[in-house]
Ligand binder design. Structure first.
Ligand code: TXA
Ligand code: MG
Length: 337
């Protein structure tokens, strides 16, 4: 596995200082990073992604960084979650410090902050902070994919998303395959009442309960806008559908027999589905964390293979599959017309 060296991390810091972009490997997905305090560098993120600029970016900080530099009024719930889950796949929405520009927060008075655990991300954040006169540095980074597309979990995914940006414009750090594989859990703790779950992820509502003694509320119409919470998101370019096990069996029997269609089907159990013409069957893990880790990569690979349709077998509708179901439903929603 290829992992960037300290020298390559130094080159990445040069890009950040110059106001250019760096792809940052994290344990969730790869991020498209820029200096969080440089509005013209942030602008390059929005342009590269094709992302509307009222969508706020997450600011990544090093372990032990001074959080007060970025956020105000960090309450007890926030502090408990930080102590329990940072560094790790949890983003907190906090009240924004006046010091921070509006470009990074999309004009909101809150800021999303995350301290990633990936060693390459940590080293980059620490070196970048050392290069700043006041020792405070943050890297704003959305997932390194075009707006609405599947998130990248490997360095080569980032390269294929941004073929027009050379190394001086986008320096891609290598960190192997992301261990979690789906985006961070987002919890809004900017208000003093109950925390709100804005995006499910590896850290579950039960994990939050175990630390705070209360479950986060679900997002409602008063919650801040999260682009990952748009109904259609995380989508491949090939038509994508979620089917129950029975629907898959019927589809193979009825719709495909005698047709010249080429379809990919990702299932938990290949039994009885292997000998159909026109169908390639892929076996997915039946462990929710392993599934999350491989999901985007499988989706991206299948998307390259010119299938007419990609079908995923619907995972169990249980709480530990919440984050996976959330992403699959949004990918499928892109094709509900
Ligand atoms: O795992 C992750 O969170 C990855 C890695 C790179 O850290 N990042 C990521 O970023 O998924 P992005 O931009 O694709 O998704 C971040 C979400 C967006 O939907 C954005 O709207 C939301 O976080 N967000 C950021 N700041 C916010 C704020 N102040 N209030 C509400 N939502 C916010
Ligand atoms: Mg994203």
């Amino acid at each position: 596995m290829n992992i960037s060296s300290e020298n390559q991390i130094k080159l990445a810091v040069q890009n950040l200082l110059r106001g250019d972009l760096v792809a940052v490997p994290t344990e969730t997905v790869y991020g498209l990073g820029a200096d969080a305090e440089n509005p013209s560098a942030l602008e390059k993120i929005f342009i590269a992604k094709g992302r509307p600029n009222n969508h706020p970016l997450i600011v990544h900080i090093a372990k032990g960084a001074n959080l007060d530099y970025w956020a105000d009024n960090i309450n007890e719930n926030a502090q408990k979650l930080i102590d329990a889950f940072w560094p790790g796949p949890l983003t907190l929405i906090l009240q924004k410090s006046n010091r921070i520009n509006n470009v990074v927060t999309g004009g909101q008075n809150t800021i999303g902050i995350r301290c990633p655990s990936h060693p390459v991300a940590q080293k980059l954040l620490q070196d970048f902070a050392k290069s700043k006169p006041n020792g405070n540095a943050g890297i704003a980074a959305p997932s390194a994919n075009k707006f609405g597309h599947v998130s990248p979990t490997k360095a080569e995914h980032v390269r294929s998303e941004f073929p027009d940006l050379d190394e001086t414009k986008l320096y891609i750090l290598q960190g192997g395959a992301s261990q979690v594989g789906i985006e961070s859990t987002i919890i809004d703790v900017s208000q003093n009442d109950v925390p709100v779950l804005l995006r499910p992820g590896y850290i579950t509502s039960q994990d939050i309960f175990d630390v705070l003694g209360l479950y986060p509320l679900g997002a409602n119409k008063f919650s801040p806008q999260v682009s990952g919470s748009l109904k259609a998101h995380y989508a491949p370019r090939t038509t994508f559908t979620l089917f129950s096990t029975d629907e898959i069996i019927n589809y193979c029997k009825n719709e495909l027999s005698g047709s010249s269609k080429k379809v990919a089907i990702a299932v938990f159990n290949k039994n009885g589905l292997t000998d159909q013409t026109g169908i390639d069957v892929y076996k997915m893990s039946d462990n929710h964390n392993d599934y999350a880790k491989e999901m985007y990569s499988v989706l991206r690979d299948l998307d390259q293979k010119n299938y007419q349709k990609i079908i995923f077998e619907m995972p169990p509708q249980t709480s530990k599959w919440h984050a996976v179901n959330d992403r699959l439903n949004r990918a499928a929603a892109a094709f509900d017309v």
